[in-house]
Design a protein around this ligand. Structure first.
Ligand code: SF4
Length: 223
């Protein structure tokens, strides 16, 4: 464990609390340069847009589980065509067909934690491995489990700094930024989905209420 890096992260989290999102992301870009990567779920491209206005060589990673809605893949492709930032699609080792063959059909029903681990957590871990810090668009207002997000935190499992520039943003803040900067938005958001995940595990609903409906699962293990 890099104790000095952890101390830096926690101190920055205290100092940057209340700062504008652009300043928090700008700090991360300045501090880590090419050792920073930004994760994007492709619900909307707010963080990518913000990043592209600061610097164009910081990569963006999207976890392509093989189970995404066509609209999400379309959003990823539109982001790749629009922004001059390197976009990495992190993919699982097994295709969906391969996973069905090894673990049985529709693992997302029989063992969603294993499915998330193989299709989200491990691919993201691999993609993040070369970097010292990663940023994500998670917000406190999204769910109770995210209510205490720090703007800069220590990701103990991965031994990396984790930055949440949008932690304090409300839905209205996101909408305002999207309108002001003409940001690409996943069409699912105007079709009743507040949160965009894999198609088999996502229904229409407010906040993250449409994710893993009918189970106690609320997070995939990435965050
Ligand atoms: S969200 Fe559902 S389909 Fe996607 S990886 Fe997790 S369990 Fe599998």
């Amino acid at each position: 464990m890099d104790a000095a890096l952890k101390t830096r992260a926690l101190r920055a989290g205290d100092e940057l609390e209340g700062a504008p999102a652009q300043e928090i992301l700008g700090w991360a870009v300045e501090e880590f340069g090419p050792k920073l990567v930004v994760a994007a779920s492709m619900a909307e491209a707010v963080l990518v847009d913000m990043l592209a206005r600061i610097r164009s060589d910081i990569p963006v990673v999207f976890v392509d589980t093989g189970y995404h809605f066509a609209e999400t893949i379309g959003t990823r492709d539109a982001v790749a065509a629009t922004y001059d930032v390197p976009l990495i699609s992190a993919r699982p080792q097994l295709t969906v067909v391969g996973q069905d063959a090894v673990h049985g059909r529709d693992l997302f029903r029989t063992d969603p934690d294993l499915c998330c681990r193989m299709r989200k957590v491990i691919p993201l871990d691999r993609a993040l491995a070369p970097y010292r810090a990663w940023a994500a668009g998670s917000r406190r207002a999204e769910s109770a489990s995210r209510a205490n997000l720090r703007v800069v935190d220590w990701d103990a499992r991965r031994g990396k700094v984790k930055i949440h520039p949008l932690a304090a943003w409300t839905e209205a803040d996101v909408d305002r930024y999207v309108a002001e900067h003409n940001v690409i938005v996943n069409p699912l958001l105007s079709d009743g989905y507040d949160s965009v995940g894999c198609a088999p595990c996502t229904q229409r609903g407010a906040g993250r209420a449409g994710r893993w409906v009918g189970s106690t699962k609320t997070e995939c293990g990435i965050h």
